[in-house]
Design a protein around this ligand. Structure first.
Ligand code: OSB
Ligand code: MG
Length: 371
């Protein structure tokens, strides 16, 4: 192969969420998303930068992405001869942090290569272990417990295979107890987004009675060592999200027994090549993985579906139907979930969906063409 990008178009789009989404670090009402279009020989590949509107999940946010793409990433990608897709991430690996921004550009080039090859992205990734992926949902912190119970009921009725609820101090043990009373048999897990410290060990141990599938990232966003201490005291498996930003981190976390499950997010680890390496490390060590989400538009969602067909993605992920987030998505058809809570994997070239170009353009608030 070998690939050379001759033009990059950046778009900043604004999309209102159907319902606000609340995590331990705050509420989101509408998404500001940066899309990367990478063009070679008149063919376009698409990437989505998965960072949020504020630097609260990690250091990246809408405002950091734009100048980094223009000033550092695009100049290193444009007209560079990449011998292999594996080399794309390496070209910007000297940039500290900002994996989601680097990953958005990297993913666009993987998608571009898939389209140049006229093959589905999952094939380019070397995945394709399954024809459909298992879906769970992530439910944000609600204004009241009855509201949460109602939401869970709706998602179960739609077929979703597991429920993840966001927790934070003041919205944890007592709320989970009520959820468990109402839904004793469901696959249930909790995501703390780094809201606790080791001082909360006794409090977190109280979660063991609810036989959760896992608790996700209870401690600091950049911590692995304290998670190992906590895991040795908890029966509930810990799943690591924020703190796994590379395959090396995954190796270290596994060696220290900091968790028993890893959530892989394409952007958080800087793109497809590193996501595959994280996957491989986990698979070699019998650590199951699942695909996390960042409230993506259809483009990021479609990338997540392709990634989720790697063999070690054995647990239901957070990749769910477009309509849970968007009244109208920028891809057609939108991502749909079967009554059994699965998404069928598309065999169409690239990320497998068409772009709704007119709608996409109507959402653009900023654009930059780089050559
Ligand atoms: O920690 O998984 C997370 C959304 C924004 C930031 C962090 C997280 C999330 C989610 C949503 O849980 C997952 C989704 O896209 O449905
Ligand atoms: Mg998480």
């Amino acid at each position: 192969m070998g690939i050379k990008v001759d033009q990059i178009v950046l778009r900043h789009i604004r999309m209102p969420l159907v319902h606000f989404f609340e995590t331990s670090f705050g509420r989101t009402y509408e998404r500001d998303i940066i899309l990367v279009e990478a063009i070679a020989d008149g063919v376009s590949g698409w990437g989505e930068v998965t960072a949020g509107e504020n630097p609260f999940y990690n250091e990246e946010w809408t405002g950091s992405i734009w100048p980094l793409l223009i000033g550092y990433i695009a100049p290193r990608i444009l007209r560079h001869e990449f011998a292999s897709l594996e080399d794309v991430g390496a070209r910007t690996a000297h940039i500290r942090g900002h994996n989601m921004t680097r990953g958005g550009a990297e993913a666009a080039i993987w998608d571009l290569q898939a389209r140049l090859n006229n093959e589905p992205l999952w094939k380019t990734i070397g995945a394709g272990a399954r024809r459909e992926i298992s879906c769970g949902v992530s439910i944000g912190i609600q204004d009241s417990v009855p509201q949460l119970l109602q939401k869970i009921e709706t998602e179960l009725a739609a077929g979703y295979q597991r429920i993840k609820m966001k927790i934070k101090p003041g919205w944890d043990v007592d709320v989970i107890r009520q959820v468990r009373q109402r839904f004793p048999g469901i696959k249930l897990m909790a995501d703390a987004n780094s809201a606790y410290t080791l001082h909360d060990i006794d409090h977190l141990k109280r979660l063991d009675e609810f036989y959760l599938m896992m608790i996700e990232q209870p401690l600091a966003h950049d911590d692995i060592i304290d998670h190992a201490v906590l895991q040795s005291k908890l029966e509930t498996p810990i799943c690591l999200d924020e703190c796994i930003r590379s395959a090396h981190h995954a190796e270290q976390a596994i060696r220290l027994k900091a968790g028993r499950i890893i959530n892989i997010k394409l952007g958080r680890v800087g793109g497809f090549a590193e996501a595959k390496r994280v996957h491989d490390v986990c698979q070699e060590n019998a650590i199951p993985v699942w695909c996390g989400g960042m409230l993506e538009s259809g483009i990021g969602r479609a990338h997540n579906i392709a990634l989720s067909t790697l063999p070690d993605f054995t647990l239901p992920g957070d990749v769910s139907a477009s309509k849970r987030y968007w009244k109208r998505d920028i891809i057609v058809p939108p991502v749909e979930v079967t009554p059994k809570g699965a998404i069928q994997v598309s065999d169409a070239p690239g990320f497998g969906y068409e772009l709704d170009t007119d709608y996409l353009e109507s959402l653009v608030v900023r654009r930059e063409v780089l050559r």
